[in-house]
Ligand binder design. Structure first.
Ligand code: GLA
Length: 384
């Protein structure tokens, strides 16, 4: 159902504005964003759409096709929610950070969400809801945003309202994505640009549908370990801007001070940064085989140094990289479950993906969800 029809069915009136935002894939640059590194990702051609209209009172009512819980709040009582209502934290978080940034609301709103982007598939449906809600709210209240400010607001909503200490990868890709392109983000300067996707390549995504129960605390722990590592390296080199610009020699010289765990995390960050830079060169040179090698090496580093992989992800990467037509594969996103992304040529078929899914199911009892996706365009307000 279109978001307009869904809105009508829920609120008995047509929406005033609607907006769209895509999911994303992390191409390479695992856990580099909050370390100030360069990351490459892309928007994909699966979207969240949001429709909105004003209310006469000071209430906020949120509905989602994908959620059973209707969320209600008042303008003076916008606080993070728990349990089944917590999906509402993405639109509410956007509203909250936009109001902090100067949006003035004298009346409430009705908002409806429709998804053709699967939730919990490692494709960042949360960033997509944030950006689509952000564009809808911007139109409704006459609060100007652009591609950059909305990505920054989306990250702020995650950090300060949802409570997830993420970087800007997800929101940056959903905002700046372009069909046929990868998104490059310099996470120190918050600079966004695009690079052409290697010609003739495809994305295949295998989602384990496994989400570690402690995923949020694992992510926060990695973030903390990286910040501590940066502080330790900075005591030796006060000019160091962040962990991603440290050299491997600096990390080795500080091995004792770092201790074994932070030493591994820091090595991952500096080597992964080098891999992103090498991937950029390989893309310019049209050397897709080298791009693919970097993808698989990135996974290996996540597995052994950053320790954010799991048996299911490792199994999928091992299987898929042994198949013809596959340039490389890696876990895409936070890790501890979630999805593997493979970069393939046009000879990789759905039949090969199905065989892989069967081998996975024989080992883990349940097949992974398979998506053959393409790069897509970034978030935008829709013409009603
Ligand atoms: C999640 C976060 C991103 C990024 C990746 C790991 O997707 O939301 O900000 O840190 O994990 O690279």
């Amino acid at each position: 159902m279109s978001v307009q029809s869904y809105f009508l069915s829920q609120f008995n009136t047509a929406p005033t504005f609607s907006a769209i935002a895509p999911g994303r894939l992390e191409f390479i640059g695992n856990h580099l964003d909050y370390n100030g590194g360069p990351v490459l990702g892309s928007a994909i051609d699966r979207y969240v759409t949001v429709a909105i209209s004003p209310r006469d009172d000071n209430r906020v009512v949120l509905v989602s096709e994908a959620q059973s819980e209707r969320v209600e709040a008042t303008l003076d009582g916008i606080v993070p929610l728990k349990g089944a209502a917590s999906w509402g934290n993405y639109p509410l978080g956007m509203f909250s950070v936009m109001r902090d940034a100067g949006l003035r609301a004298t009346h409430g709103f009705n908002l409806a969400v429709a998804n053709d982007l699967p939730i919990g598939a490692g494709l960042s449906s949360s960033a997509a809801i944030e950006l689509a809600s952000g564009y809808a709210l911007s139109a409704l209240y006459g609060f100007p945003v652009d591609r950059k400010s909305i990505a920054i607001l989306g990250r702020a909503a995650e950090n300060t309202f949802v409570g997830m200490p993420c970087g800007i990868l997800d929101q940056g890709c959903s905002s700046f994505g372009k069909a046929g392109a990868l998104v490059l983000i310099d996470c120190t300067k918050n600079e966004f640009s695009t690079r052409p996707m290697p010609v003739g390549t495809h994305f295949w995504v295998f989602n384990t549908q496994k989400k570690h129960a402690l995923i949020d605390s694992f992510y926060a722990t990695r973030n903390k370990e990286c910040m501590e590592s940066a502080a330790i390296l900075k005591s030796a080199n006060p000019a160091l801007a962040n962990l991603s610009v440290a050299t491997e020699a600096e990390v080795e010289a500080a091995a004792d001070a770092l201790g074994p765990v932070r030493h591994k995390r820091a090595l991952h960050v500096v080597r992964e940064t080098a891999r992103v830079l090498d991937t950029l060169e390989a893309l310019v040179a049209g050397d897709t085989a080298r791009v693919g090698k970097n993808l698989t090496a990135s996974h290996e580093s996540s597995r052994t140094l950053f320790e954010n992989s799991c048996e299911e992800l490792d199994f999928l990467v091992g299987l898929v990289t042994a198949l013809p037509g596959v340039f490389g594969a890696r876990l895409s996103g936070g890790g501890f479950g979630g999805a593997v992304m493979a970069l393939t040529d046009g000879t990789f078929t759905a039949a090969a993906a199905d065989r892989l899914a069967a081998a996975y199911a024989a080992k883990f009892g349940k097949p992974p969800a398979i998506f053959h996706t393409r790069t897509g365009d970034g978030a935008a307000l829709l013409k009603n």
